[in-house]
Ligand binder design. Sequence first.
Ligand SMILES: Nc1ncnc2c1ncn2[C@@H]1O[C@H](COP(=O)(O)OP(=O)(O)OP(=O)(O)O)[C@@H](O)[C@H]1O
Length: 629
Amino acid sequence: MSKQQFQTEVSQLLQLIVHSLYSHPEIFLRELISNSSDALDKLRHLTLTDDKLKSLVGNGIDAPRIDLTLDEENKTLTISDTGIGMNEEDLVAHLGTIARSGTKNFLAQLSGDAKKDSNLIGQFGVGFYSVFMVSDKVEVLSRKAGEDKTFKWTSDGKTGFELEEATGDDARPTAGTTVLIHLNEEGAQYASGYRLQEIVKKYSNHIAFPIFLTYEKSDWNAEKKESEKSRVTEQVNAASAMWQRSRSELTDEDYKEFYKSITGDWEDPLFWFHTRAEGTLEYTTLFYIPSKAPMDLYQADYKGGIKLYVKRVFIMDDSKELLPPYLRFVRGIIDSEDLPLNVSREILQQNKVLTSIKTASVKKILSELKTIASNDPEKYAPFIAEYNRPLKEGIYGDFANRDALLDLVRFKTTKADGLTSLAEVKGRMQPDQKALYFITGGSESMLRNSPLLEIYKKKGIEVLLLDDDIDEIVFSSVPKYGDLDLKAVNSATASEDLKDETAPEKSEELKPLLEKIKAMLGDAVKDVRASSRLADSPSVIVSDEDEPSARMRQMMRAMGQKELPEPMPTLEINPDHEIIRKLLTDPSNSRVEDAAWLLFDQALLLEGVPLKDPAVFVQRLNRVLNQSI
Ligand SMILES: Nc1ncnc2c1ncn2[C@@H]1O[C@H](COP(=O)(O)OP(=O)(O)OP(=O)(O)O)[C@@H](O)[C@H]1O
C-alpha cells in the first residue's frame, strides 16, 4: 500500500469545496454520473476503433451501464460504471492532481470570499472532488479496460490518499470504476432511494446510458395493511438524449411528447426547431414555441424556458442568459459540448461559447419563423396572435436583428383587414409616396378617426395603426424599414412630404392670424402654423421628430421620470376649414381668443392628452355655445 499526498492545488481546492462553496451538495451525484458517462463514452469509442478492445466486449468489457447501489443501514452509496476505468498511474494522475493548465493561476485568483470564489470555481469545475461535500471517506475501485488488475484508491479528502492493488471481493471482474461513498452527516440525506431518484431525474435523465438504482423499496400491502420492504433494482433515467438523435429518426409525436415532458404543457407546441452545429463550436439546440404564451410573459420575474445541458448533463433551467428577454416564451434545450460542467450563472453572462451559441440561436429562431411566415401564413397567424408584442420588444432591444424582426412583426393598417406585414404595405405604396407612415397614441378607433389621417385617406396612402402601448416607444426608435423612411404622421417631416404648391400662398394669407393665435396661447405652444395634412378638421397637434410626443411624455411620467421639460407642441391650423376662414374674414372677432384655445384643446383631446384645466375648457365651450345658440 502506498500513501500519497495530494498535490497542493488539490488540497486547496478540497478546502474550498468543503467550506461550502456549493449551496447544493446534491450536485456531487451529477458530477460522478457525468464522469461515469464520460468513461462509458470513451470506452464506447475505443471498442469501435481499437481492435484489441473490440475483441474484449462481452469478455472483460460489459454492456454500458451505471449502477447506483444504496445501503441505507450503513449509509453508503456506490456508483459503478462499466466504462474505461483507471489503472494505478491514472488514479494518481486523475484523482491526486489537477492536470488542467491554468490551475495555479485559477487558485491565485481566489479571494477567500466564498461567494466570489464560488463563481470562479464554477468556471473551473470541481468534478470528482465534490464528493467530499457529502463524505469523509471515499473508496474508488477501478480496472482499466484491457488490463487485469483492479486498484483501490482511498481518501478522507483531507491531505492525501492511499493506493493499493485490490484483491478478493474488491477485485473487479470486468473493466470500469466503482466509487464507494461513506456518507457523512451532510450526506446522510442522500441515503434515500426516493431522493436519489429525484436527483437523477432532475440532472441526469437524459444521460445516454441507463442508470439503475438498487435500494430498499417500501410497497403498501393492501391485504396485510402494512408497508413491506423489498430490495429492488430499477432503471431511473430515460437514458435517451432525445435531442441528440437526428431529425430523420424522430417523429412529430416524439417531438411533441418531449416538449410536454420538459414543459408540463398539455397542448402541442406550435413549432419546433432542432439544430446541430458542428465546427469550431459543437452544440445541439431544440427550441419549441408553445401554442399559448406563458402566464408570466409580462412579469419582470418570468422564468426562462431554456434548459442548459453540457454534454447531455443538465446544468440549469431558469437562466435568463440563454436567450434574449424578448424570446422568453421559447422553450427547449441547449446542449453544448464546449462549456465546463460547473458553469455558474455569473459565468454564463460573459462566457464566449455561450454568447456565440446564443447569437446563432436567435438568428436560427428568427429565420425559421420567417420561413413559416412566408411559406405558411395560416400557420404563422396563431404565432402572431400570441407573440407579436414580445417581437416588438426585440425591435427596440435587439439592434443586430432589427431588420429580421421588422419582417416578422404584423400590423393593423388603414387599408388591410386583419394584420399585415411591412413588406406588404411597402408593396402597396403609391407611386409618389416618399416614406412609410404610422400613427400612434391611442386605441384603434381613436387612431382610425384621427384628423392626422385625413390627408392620407385622400391621397390613398396606407398608414400603419400602432395601437399597442409600447408601439410609440418602439417605433420612435426605428428610422427605417430597409431603405424606406418610417415616419410618424404627426411629425414635422411627414408633413413636409405632403406639402403641395399652394401652401406658401395660404400661409402668407394666414400669417397675421397665426401670430395672433400664437400670442394668445403663449407658452402652451412652440409654434402655430398652417397645416398641409388636414382635410376635415380645423386643427391638430404635431411634435418634432427629436422630441417625445405628448403621449410619450405621459408614459415617461407614469414610469417615474419627473424631470421632463414642459412639452411644447406645435399647433397646426387647417387653412381651408370653415372656422378658420371665418376667423380670417373677421380678424377683429371678439371670439378669437376662445376659438384659439378651443382649437388647441380639441387637438389635444384627439391626441388622447388630458387637458390641464378641464374647467376652463368647459367654461369656454359654454361661452361659445351660448353665443351661437
Ligand atoms: N468513473 C470514472 N471512470 C474513469 N475515469 C474517471 C472516472 N471518474 C473520474 N475519472 C478520471 O478522473 C478525471 C478527473 O475527474 P474530475 O471529475 O475531477 O474532472 P473532469 O471530469 O476531468 O472535469 P469536470 O468534472 O470539471 O468536467 C477525469 O478526467 C477522468 O479521467
